[in-house]
Ligand binder design. Structure first.
Ligand code: PXL
Length: 282
């Protein structure tokens, strides 16, 4: 069984980051180690929240893993609590990435044209350094704009998105994907481009509702797919189908906007979709 480690926060309530990554990645048949970067009472979109920064644990934990010769097939980073943690995560990559493992960075820091409340305007430049070291990055459009210094636009065309992909690749990552992209009313999806110029798109139904934590759910599922041997395109499409299923299963619940999507009830569907894609590969 493949083993990964995910570096992001524990938001104790409000389905996001580690509380989503652990169950989803485990259900996909991949061992999921964690390196919590902070413990929060909830995610930061709740009106008030506590946050205990765990920056001082990152290095000693990494030291202990090195002494035990623990390695990872994948390293997946999400929400980081501070600019200083971006630097620590870069050092973690230097220690634990190998020619054979995969580094996936979700620069979870912004949405709908705005940085999350905990970050200042200098944060995206630090996150760009984390992205530079990744095999695959998974920003949404807002994050892609902030990482590349591009003005955010609500209406755009394919050439705007392709321009963003080019600029993201110039950060240094091997492959850049952008989530939450729409070129046609009623359709939402993901695009990616790699250094060899491969360009890929996948679109599915555009759900009118939006929920916190769906970006984290998306990235965790992509990582699970990649670790199980799916191509990046199949992993991105599997994750899109799963997130849409979860949103549709949760849509009637008014509270869910804050508490995240009920991804738990759709785990059997995720496993069935994963098995189907794996069988098609053979
Ligand atoms: O879902 C992204 C995320 C993760 N972790 C924390 C957050 C957010 C988004 O707001 O606040 C703590």
């Amino acid at each position: 069984m493949k083993r990964i480690v995910t570096l992001q926060d524990i938001s104790c309530v409000g389905r996001c980051s580690i509380t989503v990554a652990l169950p989803v990645i485990s259900a996909m048949g991949v061992e999921c180690g964690i390196l919590p970067t902070a413990v929060l009472s909830t995610h930061t979109m709740f009106h008030s929240f506590t946050c205990k920064d765990l920056s001082d644990q990152i290095e000693p934990v990494a030291d202990a893993w090195e002494r035990e010769q623990i390695g990872f097939d994948g390293i997946y980073t999400g929400y980081l609590a501070s600019a200083g943690q971006c630097e620590q995560v870069c050092r973690f990559f230097d220690r634990f990435s190998t020619p054979d493992n995969l580094v996936l960075v979700d620069p979870a820091m912004a949405d709908n044209g705005r940085l999350y409340p905990a970050f200042d305007a200098g944060f995206p430049a630090e996150m760009a350094k984390v992205c530079a070291k990744a095999d695959v990055i998974l920003p949404n459009i807002t994050e892609a704009c902030l990482l590349t210094g591009t003005p955010y636009r609500e209406s755009y065309d394919e050439s705007y998105i392709r321009g963003l992909l080019e600029k993201l690749l110039r950060l240094g990552c091997k492959t850049a994907a952008i989530t939450g992209v729409s070129f046609e009313a009623g359709k939402l999806g993901v695009v990616y481009q790699d250094r060899d110029g491969h360009y890929f798109t996948y679109f599915t139904r555009h759900c009118p509702q939006s929920f916190h934590g769906t970006g984290d759910l998306y990235s965790a599922t992509v990582l699970g797919g990649l670790m199980r041997g799916l191509t990046l395109g199949d992993s991105l499409s599997l994750a899109a189908d799963y997130v849409v299923d979860c949103i549709e299963a949760t849509a009637a619940d008014q509270d869910a906007r804050w508490y995240g999507v009920g991804f738990e009830s759709q785990i059997p569907t995720l496993c069935a979709m994963l098995d189907k894609r794996l069988a098609e590969k053979e």
